[in-house]
Design a protein around this ligand. Structure first.
Ligand code: 3PG
Length: 403
């Protein structure tokens, strides 16, 4: 792929796909500015261009599926230059606003996922024909994809423009790929993956891909992912926890997890104990003795000790997703201790917004070899699955080399 160093940027009309998708509180405030900050190097390099930014926020139906007005305000503060906000994506109004921009201006368009077709994952050829791409691309000279963390999705704003505009990787995109490649290419063993969080469906898929590729020596499961694997082992996870898995439509993952356990019995590790949330108090319980009405809120103390020992021997560690409900003081122990242990390996990678926030609180930022803004994206990349956003940039580059 090409980078920003390969093209002329001054006075060019540049469309930049960023990922400003941030945790939001109930009042619509951004709780963590890390995602926006991560794009500042790219935005600073574009100070002599005419810049339009596109981002998504949340997913349709979720509480954090909001407009990007506050994101523009925060970006203005962080960048120290005004980022104006347009409450539409490609209407005549939005296009007129884009046309009237001058050198040095930066405009942020509305949440790309407000446009229905953005939420469909389709091939770049299809995405290039959408209204979004067709209406916007004639207004630009260049497309920059700086949104590594959403480049595992084949969505319009990620892959559609690379078919119709010269396209390069932004500074953050390039840093992410370089940092993760170093981990992949070091071939250090033992390679230990700690995979948790709540996106169980995505993670079960990633576990399968990583194991097929043969890159991992151990996968330590935590969080909701661990509950899925416990159920796959036939453990009674208790009524509330079973219901949680059912309500989040993860029941089909249990049978996939069960097949994986049979295929890779020595590689996938499931907690021996958990911490239950008993009215806010931490109650340790052996797996197999989980009380029906108490939610699992962290991995237990024995598991923390065992997993930490495995991590201390690791040459390469990859940490994705919290081990428990780290927002509650009584249930952050697992996440904290495993992060401390993971940081000790020769090459350590951690990713995802929540994980990075805890790393920051623990003062461990400098101890990790690569911190990725991408949660799902970084482990998808490490699992070897093709990333449509990056493939689209490479495809543009090979077309342009051929002339
Ligand atoms: C993320 O937060 O991981 C990215 O912004 C991608 O969001 P998504 O999982 O909703 O596509």
């Amino acid at each position: 792929y090409l980078t920003m160093d390969d093209v002329v940027l001054d006075n060019k009309r540049v469309l930049v796909r960023v990922d400003f998708n941030s945790p939001m509180d109930a009042n619509g405030n951004i709780m963590d500015n890390r995602k926006i900050k991560s794009h500042l190097p790219t935005l600073r390099s574009l100070e002599n261009s005419i810049v339009v930014l596109m981002s998504h926020q949340g997913r349709p139906g979720d509480k954090d599926y909001t407009t990007l007005e506050v994101h523009a305000k925060l970006a203005t503060e962080l960048l120290g230059r005004e980022v104006t906000y347009e409450d539409d994506i490609f209407s005549a109004c939005a296009r007129n606003a884009i046309k009237s921009l001058e050198q040095g201006d930066i405009l942020l368009l509305e949440n790309t996922r407000f446009y229905a077709e953005e939420n469909m994952n389709r091939a770049p050829e299809e995405q290039a024909k959408t209204q979004m791409v067709q209406k916007l691309y004639p207004l630009f000279d260049l497309f920059i994809n700086d949104a590594f963390s959403v480049s595992h999705r084949s969505q319009c704003s990620v892959v559609g423009f690379t078919k119709v505009l010269p396209s390069v990787a932004g500074i953050l995109m390039d840093r992410e790929i370089t940092g993760l490649d170093k981990g992949l290419k070091c071939h250090e063993h033992p390679a230990v993956f700690v995979l948790g969080g709540t996106k169980a469906k995505d993670i079960v898929k990633v576990i399968s891909d990583i194991l097929k590729r043969g890159d991992a020596d151990k996968i330590l499961t935590t969080g909701v992912v661990a509950t899925v694997f416990m159920m796959a082992m036939g453990v009674d996870a208790g009524e509330v926890n079973r219901k949680f898995i059912e309500d989040h439509k993860f029941l089909d993952q249990v049978s996939i997890a069960s097949k994986l356990l049979k295929e890779y019995p020595d590689k996938i590790i499931v907690p021996e104990d958990v911490a239950l949330n008993n009215g806010g108090k931490r109650e340790e319980a052996k797996v197999g003795e989980i009380k029906g009405d108490l939610p699992i809120a962290d991995i237990g103390q024995e598991t923390i000790a065992d997993y930490s020992n495995v991590l201390k021997e690791a040459r390469l560690s990859v940490f994705h997703g919290p081990a428990g409900i780290f927002e509650l003081d009584n249930f952050r122990l697992g996440t904290e201790e495993l992060l401390k242990a993971a940081a000790q390996s020769d090459y350590s990678i951690a990713g995802g917004g929540h994980t990075l926030a805890v790393i920051d609180q623990l003062g461990l930022e400098s101890k990790f070899s690569h911190l990725s803004m991408g949660g799902g994206a970084s482990i998808t990349y490490l699992s070897g699955e093709p990333m449509p956003g990056i493939a689209a940039l490479k495809s543009y580059a090979s077309r342009s080399f051929k002339g």
